[in-house]
Each structure stands twice: as structure tokens, then as C-alpha cells.
Design a protein around this ligand. Structure first.
Ligand code: SAM
Ligand code: HNT
Length: 259
């Protein structure tokens, strides 16, 4: 794990955002594009009303908040986490509305549109800023992911973290077991991740990724005591293979920790 941690020291949040959250990958004109696909998976999962409660923990938030936009109506407090201080600082900057922070408004506008509640995007933005109560350090390779003792979360979300922080499949499975201890029995876990990716770039950093298939993800969830509610896969079109990684596709999974 030391090697993974070392390679992350050069992770550049701005470059990472540029690579994955700006055009062409951030194209909202077609539902076939990857970002609208991810946002729709999350909006649909939360719209069922099955996921709600006091606390949602986001595992490996990185410098992004898109993954929390549909969650903020259903939880009193949202805890963001990341391994790198630079990412926690980027998130803090967005929460405080600092100038120069990444502009998530196209994402917020898109989510308000697909949720169809007629909610002004500035209202959703303010709501998320209020709910993002804590931004904590985390290490998914430590017991309880290294988080301070905490009442079990009502739900977990994690996007592109476990496979991007694990050198091999056994490590991925152990990391999933570690984060699962943070979730109450019966709690829901939404995960988005990369399928069959072996690396990605973030400025000077070239990060290794453990390539996982749909079966690998499903097996790891089963081994960690989850019941699978949904699994969807998006195949990356050639137009979105832009050299910043070798990702083949993106998975979305909704799982529930057995009682
Ligand atoms: C590919 S980024 C995902 C960022 C964001 N969740 C998204 O959806 O784009 C992977 C994140 O995992 C974090 N990470 C790396 N090693 C980690 C570890 N051992 N424990 C927890 N997070 C880690 C990195 O700092 C980075 O922010
Ligand atoms: O297409 N996307 O929206 C998208 C967003 C984030 C990431 C990827 C693809 C692929 N690489 C991962 C890091 O392992 C990060």
C-alpha cells in the first residue's frame, strides 16, 4: 500500500478535474454521454426513497461533489472523505464558495432537471454546502478505513475509489470489507467505478488501477455480505477514450448490507 500512497503524492486535483469533468467527458447534451449516465443512475437510486437517514459517508470523494447532488435531499449530514489533503482542501474551497473553485453548476443544473422537482439549482447547491458537514481523512486499507469511531452510517457512496487505490483484487476486496464496517446492517451502498482500467493520469501522477470486471465487483460485494439491488455498466465510446486512462467502461451498483 505504501507504493499506492506514494504515487498519490503527485496527484493534481485540477488536472484530474480537467481530464474527467470537463468536455468531452462532461457533455450534457446527450443522455448517452458518461456524465449524464452516472448522474441518472444516482438520481434514480435516490428517487426510490429507499435510501435515507441521518448520515451518508462518501468514500474517497476526491475533489468532486457531483456524486452527492441527488443524496442531499435524503440525509441530514453528508461526510466527505479523502486520502489526500489537497483534495480535502479543494472540497472545503467549494463548500465555502471560494473564488477559483471548480464550477459544478452545469452538473447541479442537470441533476435538478432530471430530478424534475423544479428545484432551482442555486437551492440545491446551497443545500449540499450546508449538509457537507465534515471532510475527513480516510485510508480504505486501514481497519474502519481509519475513520474516527463513529456511529454506523445509514448509507455509503463511493465513486472511482476502491479500484483506484488497490494494487490487486485481494486488496480491493479487503478495502471493501474495511469500508463496510462503517455501514449499519441494512444500510445501502452505492458504488460507481472503472471497469478493466489499469491506469489513469492526474497531472504528473500516473496512478495504477486494479482492473476489475463486473463479476469481480459482484463477487467482492457478495463476500462483504451485500445483497445486490442493481448493477449497470456503461461502455466507454471511442470518442471518450482521450488518453487520460485506459478505462473500458463504468459500473454503477446499488447494494444493501445484510441484516
Ligand atoms: C479516481 S479518484 C475518485 C474521485 C471522485 N470520487 C470521483 O468520483 O471522481 C480516487 C480517489 O481515491 C483517493 N485515494 C487514494 N488512496 C486512497 C486510500 N488508501 N484510501 C482512500 N482514498 C484513497 C484519492 O485521493 C482520490 O481522490
Ligand atoms: O468517464 N468518466 O466520467 C470518468 C470519471 C472519472 C474517472 C474515469 C472516468 C476513469 N478513471 C477513473 C480513475 O480510476 C476516474
Amino acid at each position: 500500500m505504501a507504493a499506492v500512497g506514494k504515487s498519490y503524492q503527485k496527484f493534481n486535483p485540477r488536472a484530474y478535474l480537467q481530464n474527467n469533468y470537463m468536455p468531452p467527458r462532461a457533455n450534457f447534451t446527450s443522455e448517452d454521454c458518461v456524465v449524464p449516465w452516472k448522474l441518472r443512475c444516482l438520481a434514480e437510486a435516490f428517487s426510490t426513497g429507499e435510501l435515507h437517514g441521518r448520515t451518508l459517508i462518501d468514500i474517497g470523494s476526491g475533489p468532486t461533489i457531483y456524486q452527492l447532488l441527488s443524496a442531499c435531499d435524503y440525509f441530514e449530514e453528508i461526510i466527505a472523505t479523502d486520502y489526500l489533503e489537497v483534495n480535502r482542501e479543494v472540497l472545503q474551497g467549494w463548500v465555502h464558495g471560494e473564488s477559483g473553485a471548480f464550477d459544478w453548476s452545469p452538473y447541479i443544473q442537470h441533476v435538478c432537471q432530471i430530478e424534475g422537482k423544479g428545484e432551482p439549482w442555486q437551492v440545491k447547491e446551497q443545500k449540499l454546502r450546508e449538509k457537507l458537514k465534515k471532510i475527513l481523512p480516510i485510508d480504505i486499507h486501514q481497519p474502519n478505513a481509519g475513520l474516527p469511531a463513529h456511529r454506523p452510517a445509514d448509507a455509503l457512496i463511493s465513486t472511482f475509489c476502491l479500484e483506484a487505490a488497490s494494487p490487486d483484487l485481494p486488496s480491493f476486496q479487503r478495502a471493501l470489507r474495511n469500508v463496510t464496517t462503517l455501514l449499519k446492517p441494512g444500510g445501502h451502498f452505492l458504488m460507481i467505478g472503472a471497469l478493466e482500467e489499469s491506469f489513469y493520469l492526474a497531472g504528473e501522477a500516473k496512478l495504477s488501477v486494479v482492473p476489475v470486471t463486473e463479476e469481480d465487483v459482484k463477487e467482492a460485494l457478495a463476500k462483504s455480505g451485500y445483497r445486490l439491488h442493481a448493477f449497470r455498466a456503461y461502455i466507454m465510446p471511442p470518442s471518450l477514450k482521450i488518453g487520460v486512462d485506459d478505462v473500458r467502461g463504468v459500473f454503477f451498483t446499488h447494494a444493501q448490507k445484510k441484516l
